[in-house]
Design a protein around this ligand. Structure first.
Ligand code: BF8
Ligand code: SF4
Length: 608
């Protein structure tokens, strides 16, 4: 597809990445500060030029401020998504959004029970209280930990947060406080700055993202194993192809429904198409593949390539990870890029604003726009690759427990017996700094070969699926122990747990395992990795995992190397307090080795 792009005269992310070389060294090290207009200032990493900014800020201050601003943006993105989900949920209860419903009452009751809400009432009453508590977590002004973190995080973990004074008090407030503290002339202490970064990240993982996941399950159903397929080959030449790209299931769920509407299918046929294909991309793709088995066209680095097939009649986007280049690429074909969120408009795109109160009508309007664009295809530019891969997805914590026969015991037993040596979470993006998907796939393969059960989310999941790792037969690539477990349970050795907000499913799973064994999450033979991460959301994710006791390996270097103090804090000192820490390794082999070593040493400590 890269070659097709070239011959069609399309510039891609890889071309622009080349043009950016060499990238700015100060930026890479985190040593550039633009936080006030006495600057911009930069610190000489070699100690020959300035060691302080105009205001006197040191490398440690500048690196820390820059890093936690990344965390703030990531936490904000996730949590704003979570808020949107909670607001629609509240509107369901108030009867303002007729297109949505409470689909999974059992899940709602389980959330309510965790929150201490009385479930012995009409479901609407329960829902009202749960929605109120969630929205309070975004707005309350006291210093108590947010209710969701309090309800979901293990007691021992919360104690650590209290001791460090990093328990999140309000999901939004922690983000605002980062912006305040990093303003010129406020917090200059690297440790203090990073602690606030941790607090905001915890507000994301145990707050905003968690609310996003839980409420989406209630409204759209908790995922269960379902077969589907992934890669650009899921597009069909003779059908209207609609790609839904972005993050929020509130829109993509409705797109899926509208495309199944008889009236829409008839309209597509009247334009000469055989039907309508909806395919996902990035995390909104993960949301609809997990819940409905809707195929996924690709992950982050494939968004431009999808349009390059010449067969995408509309690419519908909401927000996050949407490249502004999409409209340039679309200009070379007939594709309509349709923006839907007031928060995320693209010059050159058609804007059809989504409003949950008129969800069905707007979703149909979007599908109709795609259908009407079908006859505009440029025949000579159509070229859909054949590649697609099948697999089983849909592994929520609930469905994993079901697959295990109703309790975690068989998994714990397999870990104790050594059939499964440990559990690894692989998450995150694509990044042109890494060969597309190679980090994701190779790390996963090495881990399963060593009897590590792999779970993951985000663009990792799509990479793994395209490589066949979600097929039950992929168990053949696993070590003997893991293979036997997979065959017995009829599951693949790598489990798709959802979108990036659904990393909270991993937090919940790890907490449940730790509680079942009566230990801290940090004592478990568990490790995480983000081999190809690029987004600020990934910074927040990595931080909340480390602050929840999980050893986390990054495959691309975060901009912190300009301060030894900060590097030591994140890769060594933090382990003494939270039990988790970061490491950075660039090759998949080394990433997997670090995880294997960590898991082996935790096994030894835990099981002898
Ligand atoms: O939230 S993994 S590139 S799509 S940021 Fe984006 Fe990264 Fe993909 Fe989903 Ni997550
Ligand atoms: Fe320079 Fe300090 Fe202003 Fe940053 S805050 S730009 S280091 S003077």
């Amino acid at each position: 597809m890269k070659e097709k792009a070239k011959s069609d005269g399309v510039e891609t992310v890889w071309d622009r990445f080349e043009e950016q070389q060499p990238q700015c060294g100060f930026g890479q090290l985190g040593l550039c500060c633009r936080n006030c207009n006495m600057g911009p200032c930069r610190i000489d990493p070699f100690g020959e030029g300035p060691s302080k900014g105009v205001c006197g800020a040191t490398a440690g201050t500048i690196v820390s401020r820059n890093l936690i601003r990344m965390t703030a943006a990531g936490a904000a993105a996730h949590s704003d998504h979570g808020r949107e989900t909670a607001l629609v949920f509240k509107e369901i209860v108030e009867g303002e959004v007729p297109g949505y419903e409470i689909k999974d009452e059992a899940k709602l009751n389980s959330i309510a029970s965790r929150l201490g809400v009385n479930t012995d009432r009409e479901i609407e009453e329960v829902a009202k209280d749960v929605a109120e508590i969630a929205l309070e977590d975004f707005g309350k002004q006291d210093d108590e930990v947010i209710s969701f973190a309090n309800a979901y995080a293990p007691e021992s973990l919360q104690q650590v947060w209290q001791e460090l004074d990093v328990a999140p008090r309000n999901i939004d407030r922690e983000v605002v406080e980062i912006m305040h503290r990093t303003h010129m002339g406020v917090d200059a202490d690297p440790l203090n700055l990073n602690l606030q970064g941790i607090r905001a990240a915890l507000g994301d993982g145990w707050g905003g993202s968690l609310i996003g996941t839980e409420f989406s399950d209630v409204m759209f159903g908790t995922p269960e194993p379902v077969e589907s397929s992934a890669n650009l080959g899921v597009l069909e030449e003779n059908k209207v192809n609609v790609i839904t790209h972005g993050h929020v299931p509130i829109l993509s769920e409705k797109i899926v429904e509208a495309a199944e509407d008889e009236e829409m299918i008839e309209l597509a046929k009247s334009k000469g198409a055989d039907g309508i294909v909806v395919a996902g991309m990035c995390c909104t793709g993960n949301e609809i593949i997990m819940r409905h088995g809707i195929p996924t066209a690709g992950n982050f680095l494939q968004q431009e390539l999808a349009i390059t097939t010449g067969a995408v009649d509309a690419m519908v986007v909401d927000y996050q990870c949407i490249m502004p280049s999409l409209t340039d690429v679309a200009d070379c074909y007939h594709t309509k890029v349709i923006t839907t969120s007031e928060k995320a408009k693209l010059p050159g795109a058609e804007h059809i604003e989504f409003d949950p109160a008129k969800a069905d009508k707007i979703a149909k309007q979007i599908i109709k726009t795609a259908i009407e664009n079908y006859p505009a295809r440029k025949e000579e530019k159509i070229g859909i690759p054949e590649e697609k891969m099948d697999g089983v997805v849909g592994f929520s914590v609930e469905s994993i427990v079901d697959a295990l026969g109703g309790s975690l015991d068989p998994l714990l037993e397999a870990i104790k017996e050594g059939q499964i040596k440990g559990i690894a979470g692989i998450v995150g993006c694509n990044n042109p700094k890494v060969e597309h998907d190679e980090g994701h796939v190779e790390v996963a393969k090495k881990l399963i070969a060593n009897d590590i059960l792999v779970v993951g989310t985000g663009c990792w999941s799509i990479a793994a699926m395209k490589d066949g790792l979600f097929k039950p037969e992929a168990a053949e690539l696993a070590g003997d122990g893991l293979q036997a477990v997979c065959e017995q349970l009829e599951i693949p050795p790598c489990l798709h747990m959802g979108s990036c907000v659904d990393n909270t499913r991993i937090l919940v799973a790890v907490s449940a395992i730790a509680e079942a064994l009566g230990v801290e999450p940090s004592q478990l033979p568990v490790a995480g990795a983000a081999p190809e991460w690029m987004s600020e959301k990934a910074v927040s994710i990595g931080t909340y995992f480390v602050a929840s006791g999980i050893f986390t390996v990054l495959g691309t270097t975060p901009p912190v190397l300009g301060s030894n103090e900060v590097v030591k804090l994140l890769t060594e000192d933090i382990e003494e307090v939270t039990g988790g820490k970061f490491a950075v390794e660039s090759t998949p082999n080394e990433i997997a080795d670090l995880m294997l070593d960590h898991i082996a040493s935790k096994r030894k400590e835990l099981l002898g």
